[in-house]
Write a protein that binds this ligand. Structure first.
Ligand code: CA
Length: 521
């Protein structure tokens, strides 16, 4: 335990700061720089009042009110969530639209990685065979086929990094003509076209399901031409096909189809490509009060480096940006982009209202134990991941970024780790950066996930799960800029396949979860 008390204030106007010491600080600890003495024991990452705060007065962190004091709070007190009333959400009218014009960031040139160039120009960081499924009914069969491909076929194709079944719970038993059904359908379509799958699309279908293969991947959706310059027919193994007699016939058909795609994937080689081909999705999960102090600011600096390199960086998580909507709309590159932010967040407000909740449903017991009092405080620490560049584009859930949509992108997704990751895959993500304070073993089979710990204590305990320890920022060992550069360089190494993330080494893979706001039947 560090005997010297360390407390972190984010902005000069803040009337609270967080305790950085491992194990927290005991009551009676003197904080001479602030001229106060702790009246309570304050756990690590939790807030201490720097001045007397009157009942009803604003508690300020990140320079904004994160709550209002329910009772008078004396200087030196532990400011926990039970002492705060949450501010109301900002209305979506009358927002500043594209009012902030930051000076352009200087270009960053000469950075490259080794990637797999695809026919549509996009670049993969891994060379994977993906098997698309139209419906959950085929999942068990595909799982067994994938295991056999891994054991029997992959050893013959050493340039292929792996095989992944794109399983999900959609496809049948759903209101497939509902106005919002296009969201899960296009998500699945666009994931099949993720750059890490090399344009090799194969589908396993049951036969009688609502989501027919032609509806999932209509003509024109696969940007690959055969030798005659024509789009090849969709490669479908249909389990109800009368040709299949018995279970092994289905497995054999999937393996035979896979082999054709594996041959082509195996012929591919990595080539040097500019860093501008990175499409990085960032999100957080299991956040604590350090998230907004160490890991997320480091990711924000990394985001600026990516923008400067001409790459694409997506941030997401609607409920975690909602309380910072003014900061987003004002930072939009154009009024149209600002309007798109308002449209997406307004749609999401209504989606939550239908379930009779609001953005406050986001925070978890772990967030609160980690010092985050409410969603406002969580949001202020979350959006720092986006850095300082203007928001260049907004993406609706399930849509795919066009090649020319570079720079900082707000991909409007739920904050659920799995749904957000799934939607970022659909957007075309080829690398994922995930920050965590409480700790999560999250990983995706489709794309490398770099996990960043907000605290040294977590990084030490989870030494073989966390790829980067941003807690060194709070320990005074590393500046935010240095941490950002370290992340940027790590991205290039991981993208090149020179380094594997811990989640890849352990093969820690969470399931894809499609966002289906439409009814099921
Ligand atoms: Ca999340």
């Amino acid at each position: 335990m560090n005997a010297h008390p360390i407390i972190i204030r984010m902005q000069a106007t803040d009337n609270v700061a967080i305790v950085a010491n491992e194990g927290g600080l005991p009551a009676g600890t003197a904080l001479p720089d602030e001229g106060i003495t702790l009246r309570d024991k304050v756990p690590q990452a939790h807030k201490v009042a720097l001045v007397d705060i009157a009942a009803g007065a604003a508690v300020i962190r990140y320079g904004v009110p994160i709550g209002y004091a329910r009772t008078a709070i004396a200087a030196g007190s532990w400011v926990h969530e039970r002492l705060l009333d949450m501010p109301a959400a900002r209305e979506l009218q009358g927002l500043p639209m594209a009012t902030v014009k930051p000076a352009p960031l200087p270009p960053l040139e000469g950075y490259t990685f080794e990637g797999y160039r695809n026919a549509d120009g996009s670049v993969g960081t891994r060379n994977l065979l993906a098997i698309t499924t139209t419906v959950q009914c085929v999942a068990g069969v595909v799982e067994i086929a994938v295991e056999r491909i891994r054991k029997e076929l992959l050893p013959k194709y050493p340039n292929v990094d792996g095989v992944v079944g794109l399983e999900h719970t959609y496809g049948c038993g759903v209101a497939i003509d509902a106005p919002e059904a296009p969201i899960p359908i296009r998500t699945l379509r666009n994931i099949s076209l993720n750059p890490n799958f090399g344009g090799e699309v194969m589908v396993v279908s049951l036969g009688c399901e609502k989501l027919q293969p032609e509806r999932l991947l209509p003509p024109g959706s696969i940007p690959i031409a055969d030798k005659r310059g024509e789009e090849p027919a969709l490669d479908v193994v249909c389990l109800q096909d009368s040709a299949h007699v018995g279970f092994m016939s289905m497995i054999d058909a999937i393996l035979a189809t896979a082999q054709v795609h594996l041959e082509r994937l195996n012929a591919r080689r990595r080539e040097t490509v500019p860093a501008s081909e990175l499409v990085v999705g960032v999100q957080c999960g299991g956040s604590d009060a350090f998230s907004g102090v160490t890991a997320n600011p480091a990711v924000g600096y990394m985001a600026d480096l990516l923008v400067r390199a001409g790459a694409t960086i997506m941030f997401s998580e609607n409920t975690e940006v909602r309380d910072a909507v003014e900061q987003l709309t004002s930072r939009a590159a154009t009024p149209e982009v600002a309007e798109a932010i308002v449209r997406e967040l307004g749609w999401y407000d209504q989606y939550l209202e239908r379930g009779r909740v609001d953005r406050a449903a986001n925070t978890t017991p772990g967030n609160k134990a980690g010092g985050l009092s409410n969603i406002v405080e969580k949001a202020m620490g979350s959006i720092i991941k986006s850095g300082t560049a203007p928001i260049a584009h907004v993406l609706s859930p399930g849509n795919k970024l066009a090649r020319e949509q570079r720079g900082l992108v707000y991909a409007a997704t739920p904050a659920s780790d799995f749904i957000c990751g799934t939607l970022q895959l659909a957007a075309g993500m080829n690398l994922h950066v995930f920050t965590t304070g409480r700790g999560t073993p999250y990983g995706l089979a489709e794309c490398p996930v770099i996990k960043v710990a907000t605290r040294t204590e977590l990084a030490r305990r989870w030494h073989d799960l966390m790829d980067v320890n941003a807690g060194r920022v709070a320990d005074g060992e590393l500046s935010i800029e240095e941490a950002g550069w370290e992340l940027f360089r790590l991205l290039l190494d991981v993208a090149s396949g020179k380094k594997k993330t811990w989640a890849e080494q352990w093969k820690l893979h969470n399931a894809l979860v499609l966002f289906n706001p439409a009814p099921v039947t």
